[in-house]
Design a protein around this ligand. Sequence first.
Ligand SMILES: C[S@@+](CC[C@H](N)C(=O)[O-])C[C@H]1O[C@@H](n2cnc3c(N)ncnc32)[C@H](O)[C@@H]1O
Length: 281
Amino acid sequence: MSAVAPRAEDSEFRIVVSRKGKNRPKSRAKLQTSFNRPQEQSVERTEVCHHTATKQLQAAESELLQSAFFSECCEEFQPILVGVKRIICLGLGRFSECSIARYQLAFIRCLRDKANLGERVQFYDPVFSSSEVEILQSLAETVLQENVEGKYSTESDRTLFYLPHCPKQIVNNVLWKNWQQEHLTNVILLCNSFCSITNNHPRRFLEKSAGYILRATGVFREVPLRNNFRFTDIFNDTSLHYISTGVKLDDISWENTEEPSYDTEDLELITKEVVENLVFS
Ligand SMILES: C[S@@+](CC[C@H](N)C(=O)[O-])C[C@H]1O[C@@H](n2cnc3c(N)ncnc32)[C@H](O)[C@@H]1O
C-alpha cells in the first residue's frame, strides 16, 4: 500500500481538445496576460467556464471551512491579524485551471471572512486570463491593473501580503518598499518560509537576490502553517511572518535601503517591462 501523501496537482483533470489543429504546436511561443489574451472563446464557452470555475471555488471553500487544517490556521493566525485593513494577493496563478491556485484562492477568501479582515482582497498576477479577472470581479474582489513587481507601500494600513509560493524577489521587493519604521511594522507576509529560503540558498546568492529577506529574518517572527490539509502541495513551506510587539525597532538598521535590482539570468518574477512589451507589441 502506498503511503504517499495526496497532491492536488495529481488530482487535476485535464480537458483534452480534440478539434483538428487545436493541438498543433504554435509557431511562436508568447506569454499571454489578462490584458493581451485574444478573445477567441465564444460567449457560451466563457459562461460555462465561469460557472464551472465558480462552482469549483465554492466546493474548495466549503471543504476548507470544514477542515481541521483551516480551523487551526484561524485559531493561530487570527490574533496576529487583528487590525489588518488591506489584503494584497500576488502570484496566485491560473486558478481556473490549477487546483493548487484554486485552493489558495479559497483559503484567502475564507480567512478574510472568518477573521473579519474587510470586504475585498486585491489581486495581481500577470498570467491571469481575462476570464479569471472577470470571475474575481464578479466575486466582488479587486483586480489590480499594474505590475509594480510587489513594490506596494503599506503607508498607515496594516497589510497582509498573501504570496503563495511567489517568487522570493517579489517578497524582497515588498520588504524594500516598506523598509522604514512606520511602514515595516504594518507588513504581514504569508509566503514561503524565510527560514527555508535562508537555509536552502547560499548566502552570497541571497545577498544579491533577496537581501531584504536576509535582513528581515532577524526582525520578523515566523509562524509556520501546519501543512495537514488533505493535499500536501498547496500550503507546504508556508509561514506567517510579522514583527511582534516586543521587537526593539531602534536596533534595526534602517539605512542602506537601495532599491533591489536583479540579474536577468536570476530573474524569477515577471517584470513590468515584460508585461508592457506584451501589451503594446
Ligand atoms: C511558482 S508560481 C506560484 C503559483 C501558485 N500560487 C502555486 O502555488 O502553484 C509563481 C507565480 O508568481 C506570479 N508572478 C510572477 N511575477 C509576478 C509579478 N510581477 N506580480 C505578481 N505575480 C507574479 C507568476 O505569474 C506565477 O503565477
